[in-house]
Design a protein around this ligand. Structure first.
Ligand code: 6GU
Length: 218
């Protein structure tokens, strides 16, 4: 069982994906659990403020320390071993190896930053700074979903069946993907490679090996 607690102001942007398809199945099978903490609940003053203007000037608003520390501390009070992930464009670029490594711990807290950024002092709370690539998004919600999805699908039993991540080369660390086809054999003149129709499992395995690409080089 792996658990993700997502600290966000925009639960409505995140929750539907986690209630769909394989993520929902993982929850139903008791292999994953997702929960949300509304940063606003830890906001300051009558307006439950979570952000403020940056010292030194500049555009936009910055996440304040107090609400973020209070939110993380409220979760850690119940589970001191939970690890904290901060999606940020200046983090380490996420990859399959990291996703596999993350299956080893049982509880992650993901802080979804918004606005123009966060007070640098919140890094005190953070175990992993993760970036999804060399571009900038408006917030941490999409990165949080990508991190969760890529970790949860690697948990044994989530994909299930003979074609699961466990059986495919995904799980062996070499992360191979080969082209796949299903019916019809001929679609508008585009034909399925003959070897895949041959029933010759040795030849099929050879063809797949020859046409495999490593994840990350596709
Ligand atoms: Cl993790 N956050 C934001 N805001 N932008 C990104 C990113 C993360 N990764 C790539 N771009």
């Amino acid at each position: 069982m792996i658990k993700f607690t997502i600290i966000t102001l925009f639960k409505e942007a995140v929750e539907p994906y986690l209630k769909s398809s394989m993520m929902e199945k993982a929850v139903q099978k008791g292999l994953a659990e997702f929960s949300f903490v509304n940063l606003r609940d830890f906001g300051l003053g009558p307006h439950k403020s979570v952000d403020d203007t940056p010292y030194g000037g500049g555009d936009g608003m910055v996440f304040r320390c107090e609400p973020v520390f209070a939110a993380v501390e409220s979760i850690k009070a119940k589970d001191p071993d939970a690890k904290v992930i901060l999606p940020t464009p200046v983090g380490e670029i996420w990859n399959q190896e990291m996703a596999r490594e993350f299956t080893k711990n049982s509880h992650y807290i993901i802080i979804c930053p918004h606005y123009e950024g966060y007070d640098e002092r919140i890094l005190q709370l953070v175990d992993y700074k993760v970036s999804l690539g060399k571009y900038v998004l408006t917030g941490g919600e999409l990165p949080a979903l990508i991190i969760v999805d890529s970790v949860v699908r690697l948990i044994p039993g989530v994909l299930g069946g003979e074609t699961s991540a466990e059986i495919e080369s995904f799980s062996e660390g070499d992360n191979l993907e080969y082209p796949q086809y299903t019916r019809p054999e001929d679609f508008r003149g585009m034909k399925v490679p003959e070897v895949l129709l041959s029933g010759n499992h040795g030849e099929i395995a050879k063809w797949r090996e020859a046409h495999s690409k490593k994840v990350g080089t596709i």
